[in-house]
Design a binder for this molecule. Structure first.
Ligand code: FES
Length: 105
């Protein structure tokens, strides 16, 4: 069953910023990429690097893992560069009355 998880008001996550959310043992990074919001698992598929602490590229809509430098596409969760080769989970983001929420199964 899908569950909605509150992230924060839209005003608290401006473009270029990241917010980390914890829910039921999951850590999820929510990224504002030039006005569009994306959410991915905060655990690099290579060696568990904390992706929400990585370098966000708002033009490419990617984040670089701070541990070994794999670059992930925030839209799909797929890595664009090695050493990661498996995707990370992505989560739908919705806006409900100015509150950012995640759909989590
Ligand atoms: S842990 Fe992310 S690239 Fe190694």
């Amino acid at each position: 069953m899908t569950e909605l998880v509150d992230v924060c008001p839209i005003s608290e996550l401006p473009p270029g910023q990241v917010r980390l959310v914890e829910h039921a043992g999951l850590e999820i990074g929510v990224f504002n990429c030039d006005g569009t919001l994306y959410a991915i698992e905060d655990r690099c598929s290579h060696d568990d690097g904390p992706l929400a602490e990585g370098l966000l590229d708002v033009e490419e809509c990617t984040v670089e893992c701070p541990r070994h430098g794999a670059i992930f596409d925030l839209r799909t969760g797929r890595p664009r560069t090695l050493p990661a080769y498996e995707p990370v989970d992505t989560f739908p983001v919705i806006i409900d009355e100015n509150m950012i929420k995640l759909e989590v199964i």
